[in-house]
Design a protein around this ligand. Structure first.
Ligand SMILES: NC(=O)CC[C@H](N)C(=O)O
Length: 502
């Protein structure tokens, strides 16, 4: 078939990632060989493929939705912000350098159009359908000329486009109309219609508006997806959760033991792979929150210092906020702390960094006997091993190289008393290890918390992906979507003035 579709959005966060995942799951359940694709992703949540390529976690989850192994082709360009103005550019899974936004949009990005269209062509040669996700809005008129992720890729592939809008925020009709009307005539020819997302209430109230929209634009709405609590795949666009809220409002069973276990995750700057803590949040009785003040550590049974794209910056932040002292007090009192990747590095004695922060030699918090030297080469790996007598799988994404000088070995890092540190992301997804770790934490914290015997994180993730597939199957016009995917945008779609400004 070699067909496909581009899922664009009226805004960031309209639900493109979940709609793309839902379409992938619906199609694979129908027996269609499908792959996800996002030409360019900006995210600090990334994943390592079996070949050792770094791609966005959202694409890895969408690949799981499509029941295929993720590869670098599915997300050829990944931008990892290091500040508001610059990002590390990861191309075909490997870092190629740090670039300013101005430099990137001033030529570099445009030059990547050939690479990303080659990747898409390769996927189309292997799969019956490729479901592409756009980024932000396709009507960013200042960026259209150099675009490679929205209309740029749709035009190159002649893929039809469906625009997703978040009705929960309001303004969805104006957004659909405006998104279409600000595109050039050639771009508009590919915009087949719309998909309303996060709708609450009675669809019959919405229908007159959808009819009017069709009257105005000559384009239909392919579905109205209801607001679904607790649904999401691994976030890509930065920390969407409230700093004081839970990771996501999923339904979790009541605790098994008499006590809950309170986990505080330090919301360090440039936090990366905060999805590491999702597996803990999925455990009945674990109460998770992101924190940024020292007093919030007081009642925490476990404090996690997560990964960060700015290890030295995070260290300064912890010191400024008094969190560094609070962590040192906890360690002295034998209360549990877990550092993951950047969070592990900063718990050590010393950091030599001429690569990420270029700060040179910096003192760590000194809670673990570890020295870290940043290398230009990035470690990208999928390690397997064991800890606490249980098997563990993880993945590594870091420039820092750790020299472990003591303590008990722990997932290539170490443990001293109640302070644990590892470069491995994703270890908490290994169910038996997670339970064993939580039992250790509960014992050290003196809590009568008992992990549920049967939480399977993998099963929970599959359940989420199935629910996304159900959402598409039940609330979208799947026959019409399939026609779009197979045959492209209908001909004769009207032009809506004024079109793209010259
Ligand atoms: N994923 C991470 O936490 C990365 C840690 C650190 N910034 C490094 O590159 O080594």
């Amino acid at each position: 078939m070699g067909g496909g579709l581009l899922v664009a959005g009226t805004t960031s966060d309209a639900g493109k990632s979940v709609v793309t995942a839902g379409i992938c799951r619906w199609l694979v359940r129908k027996g269609v060989k499908v792959a996800p694709f996002k030409a360019q992703n900006m995210s600090l949540n990334s994943f390592v493929t079996r070949e050792g390529a770094e791609i966005g976690r959202a694409q890895a989850m969408q690949a799981q939705a499509a029941r295929v192994e993720p590869t670098a082709l599915m997300n050829p360009v990944l931008l990892k912000p290091g500040s508001d103005r610059s990002s590390q550019v990861v191309l075909m899974g490997k870092p190629v350098g740090e670039m300013s936004a101005r430099g990137y949009h001033g030529g570099r990005q445009e030059a990547l159009l050939g690479t990303v269209t080659d990747c898409l062509r390769e996927l189309r040669g292997t799969y019956d359908a490729v479901i592409c996700e756009g980024a932000g809005s396709p009507a960013e008129i200042n960026l259209r000329r150099t675009d490679i992720v929205n209309m740029g890729i749709a035009r190159a592939a002649r893929f039809p486009v469906v625009v997703v809008g978040d009705i929960d925020r309001g303004g969805v009709f104006a957004s659909f109309f405006g998104t279409t009307a600000l595109l050039s005539r050639e771009d508009q020819e590919l915009v087949a219609g719309y998909l309303v997302n996060k709708f609450r209430g009675d669809v019959s109230l919405l229908e007159p508006g959808l009819d009017m929209l069709e009257g105005l634009t000559g384009r239909r709405t392919y579905g109205v997806l209801p607001f679904a609590h607790g649904l999401g795949i691994d976030e890509e666009d930065g920390l969407r959760v409230s700093l004081r809220g839970a990771v996501r409002d999923s339904v979790v069973a009541p605790p098994v033991g008499d006590d809950v276990l309170r986990v505080a995750v330090c919301a360090v700057p440039l936090m990366s792979n905060f999805t590491d803590v999702d597996a803990l949040a999925a455990e009945p009785g674990v109460v998770m929150r992101f924190v940024d003040r020292a007093e919030e550590l007081v009642d925490a049974d476990l404090v996690i210092v997560p990964g960060t794209r700015g290890t030295v910056k995070a260290l300064e932040w912890l010191r400024e906020r008094g969190l560094a002292d609070a962590l040192a007090r906890r360690a002295a009192e034998g209360r549990p702390v877990l550092g993951i990747c950047g969070g592990f590095q900063l718990l050590g004695e010393r950091i030599e960094d001429d690569v990420e922060s270029k700060a040179g030699s910096v003192d760590g918090l000194g809670l673990l006997p570890v020295r870290v030297r940043f290398a230009v080469e990035k470690t990208l790996a999928r390690p397997v091993g064991s800890a606490l007598g249980e098997p563990v799988e993880g993945y590594e994404i870091h420039h820092g190289v750790a020299e472990v000088l003591g303590g008990e070995p722990f997932l290539d890092g170490c443990r001293v008393g109640s302070v644990w540190g590892t470069h491995w992301h994703g270890s908490l997804e290994s169910d038996a290890f997670r339970r064993a770790f939580l039992r250790e934490v509960a014992a050290a914290a003196g809590r009568r918390f008992v992990p549920a015997p049967d939480t399977s994180f993998e099963a929970l993730r599959e359940e989420q992906l199935d629910r996304l597939g159900d959402l598409i199957e039940e609330h979208a016009d799947t026959d019409a979507l399939l026609r779009l995917i197979e045959s492209g945008a209908p001909s004769g779609l009207p032009f809506i003035a004024p079109g793209a400004p010259a």
